[in-house]
Write a protein that binds this ligand. Structure first.
Ligand code: PHE
Length: 369
């Protein structure tokens, strides 16, 4: 037996006997690693005469290839055995119930907003948005609030600290400033999502957050409004009334809704009105479509000629109506939530109770879930 056959027999035997991957790896390093026994033999070729090398070279290389193949084969066998052990011990019981998953709920305000967008969308309104931080011009001046007029305080405005130029920005007190942004064509430099002047005819709704320093069961310092604006030729109060009545019937999902328009005052509409819906308050919860009480749900009117002029539109050519309604308040009415403040208290229990599933079957009235 030559030294090479002896070495091969010994290595092959130990490889066959290796019990795990770690032992096999140790063997591989001892034979084929940098200073392993076979590697040393390969190195010795350099010190041989050409004749010796011609004889020994193929023998040593052959040995190296056979041992490397034996190591690879054994490794595959050990890998397979290890997998078998794991398959036998770790099994998944597919009949077990899945662990309960915590599902989020859709906040009623967002649900109601989706319903409103669907209804007005079908009537041909598109969406516009404006910034929460507004300037005095868009929130008041362009909307025909006289300078220094107490009406500016009527809104309990949250003012921001003056900037370098002494200008005081504010948190918008209503969504009406976006009327101005939609009509006015001088909004250069504002972010792309902000409504940016369009030529009439205009038919937009503007949902968004608004802010007033006010808090009780029916008022929160931040709430959501939806503005509506229609500008065209020969628009009149009849269009406003039809639009709002149609919306209200679809929103409350009953044909029995009875509405009442009362004269009111807003600086930016003339004439101005508030709309009430007939309801029943006798049983604690408010029921729409029955009873003999009235509940105010929105303000509106014909866009004041001064507002049209402030936005570069000629009131002799263009008229329109606008309205503003409280999204949260309408949601509270429809879904029976007694205190508006709960809506923004971020209490998960409240949300689980009043929230909506994101996966419910669609509502036949709105097509929304
Ligand atoms: N902006 C008014 C408010 O917040 C509502 C309104 C909007 C009235 C549009 C008339 C026209 O009270």
């Amino acid at each position: 037996m030559t030294d090479l056959t002896k070495l091969e027999a010994e290595l092959s035997g130990r490889i066959a006997a290796a019990e795990d991957l770690a032992a096999l790896e140790a063997l591989r390093v001892a034979a084929l690693g940098k200073s392993g026994s076979i590697s040393e033999l390969l190195k010795s070729l350099g010190r041989m005469t050409p004749d010796e090398r011609r004889e020994r070279g193929p023998q040593i290389n052959g040995l190296r290839d056979r041992i490397a193949a034996a190591v690879a084969e054994k490794k595959a066998a050990l890998d397979a055995a290890e997998l078998d052990v794991r398959l036998a011990s770790e099994h998944v019981d597919l009949t077990l119930p899945a662990p309960p998953e915590r599902r989020g709920r859709v906040h009623p305000t967002m649900q109601v907003l989706d319903e409103m967008i669907a209804i007005f969308g079908e009537m041909g309104f598109s969406l516009a948005e404006g910034p929460d931080i507004e300037d005095d011009f868009h929130n008041f001046t362009a909307l025909n609030f006289p300078p220094k007029h107490p009406a500016r305080d009527m809104h309990d405005t949250f003012w921001l600290a003056p900037d370098e130029r002494g200008e005081r920005k504010l948190l918008r007190t209503h969504t009406s400033p976006v009327q101005v942004r939609v009509m006015q064509r001088t909004n250069e430099g504002v972010p792309a999502w902000v409504a940016n002047g369009q030529a009439p005819p205009i038919r937009v709704i503007v949902p968004g957050r608004v802010y007033r320093s006010d808090s009780d069961a029916t008022h929160t310092p931040m709430f959501h409004q939806m503005e509506g604006l229609v500008i065209d030729r020969a628009i009149h109060m009849g269009h406003l009334k039809w639009t709002l009545e149609t919306f209200t019937r679809r929103f409350f999902e009953t044909e029995r809704v009875v509405t009442r328009f009362r004269p009111h005052h807003f600086p930016f509409t003339e004439p101005s009105c508030e709309m009430d819906v007939k309801c029943d308050r006798s049983g604690g919860a408010i029921k729409i479509g029955e009873g003999s009480d009235w509940l105010e749900i929105l303000g509106g009117g014909m866009v004041h000629p001064n507002v049209l002029r402030n936005c570069g539109l000629d009131p002799e050519t263009w008229q329109g109506f606008a309205f503003g309604l409280g999204i949260d308040r309408l949601g509270a009415l429809k879904y029976g939530m007694p205190d508006l403040r709960d809506m923004f208290a971020s209490d998960v229990r409240w949300l689980e109770h009043y929230g909506f599933s994101a996966f419910a079957t669609p509502n036949p009235a709105t097509g929304l879930s």
